[in-house]
Design a binder for this molecule. Structure first.
Ligand code: SF4
Ligand code: SF4
Length: 241
């Protein structure tokens, strides 16, 4: 079994739906600026995705359903993030046993309060691994599941071949995520690698929305930008369904 076959087998046995390898050499400076020396210096990343349950995502549109929102919150933050952390831990352990450095970056850990960001952008790693494109929502949109996937990253120096490279946005004229956001967090500008996230997404506005829901004693869940994307909807004609 080759090393990448071994990585895939470990990740898929732990519940991964999508696995790719990214070449990080093109984002060295970005990684150092965002994560510091602990994160910088790894030449590659294994990107791992787990799909969200359509039965929960579909309930986020239309009339508000607080039970559905609470279930979605638990599903994404507790169940799927927990599964991703376990996947990354097992993949990193497998790479370490094979003699390589490997650092599992937590699925959801905010280390920069001012930018509302973690030490590594999991979506950027998935993008560089060829698993999808960055949509107007700043989410990673996959051809098979749209943005209905959560991600984690294992940084490594293992000699794994990249599985792809960045692909151009395929949003076309769609602005569904921009128009549906209750706090107008998206500018609607398409992704370009030379612009900072702030040109497209006001993360603080989204964060305030979640805090306001919490303060009001409601489930801290929104996900409309995930739910409305036609690429993730079964039978939309844009996704393979
Ligand atoms: S989760 Fe909701 S508030 Fe946050 S960006 Fe998406 S649509 Fe807007
Ligand atoms: S909802 Fe439309 S604009 Fe937003 S990411 Fe999906 S395809 Fe792109």
């Amino acid at each position: 079994m080759t090393l990448i076959e071994q990585v895939r087998a470990v990740a898929e046995a732990a519940g991964a739906d999508l696995v790719g390898v990214a070449d990080l050499s093109v984002v060295d400076d970005l990684l150092l600026a965002q994560g510091g020396p602990c994160i910088a210096g790894y030449p590659r990343a294994v990107s791992i995705g787990i799909g969200l349950a359509d039965s929960l995502v579909d309930r986020l549109e239309g009339a508000r359903d607080r039970t559905a929102e609470a279930l979605y919150r638990y599903h994404t933050h507790t169940v799927v993030n927990g599964a991703l952390d376990r996947c990354a831990l097992l993949v990193a352990a497998s790479l370490s046993r094979a003699g390589y450095r490997a650092l599992p970056v937590p699925a959801s850990l905010r280390t920069d309060e001012s930018r509302i960001a973690g030490p590594v952008s999991h979506k950027l790693a998935a993008h560089l691994a060829g698993l999808g494109w960055i949509g107007r929502s700043c989410l990673l949109v996959t051809p098979s599941r749209g943005p209905r996937v959560r991600w984690i990253t294992v940084l490594t120096d293992a000699p794994l071949e990249p599985t792809g490279g960045p692909s151009a946005p395929r949003c076309g004229d769609c602005r569904a995520c921009v128009d549906s956001c209750p706090v107008g967090a998206f500018t609607g500008r398409p992704f370009t690698p030379d612009e900072p996230r702030e040109a497209r997404f006001d993360a603080a506005a989204c964060d305030r929305h979640y805090r306001a829901l919490e303060d009001a004693g409601e489930p801290a869940a929104c996900g409309l930008c995930v739910a409305v994307c036609p690429w993730g909807k079964k039978g939309s004609g844009r996704s393979p369904g």
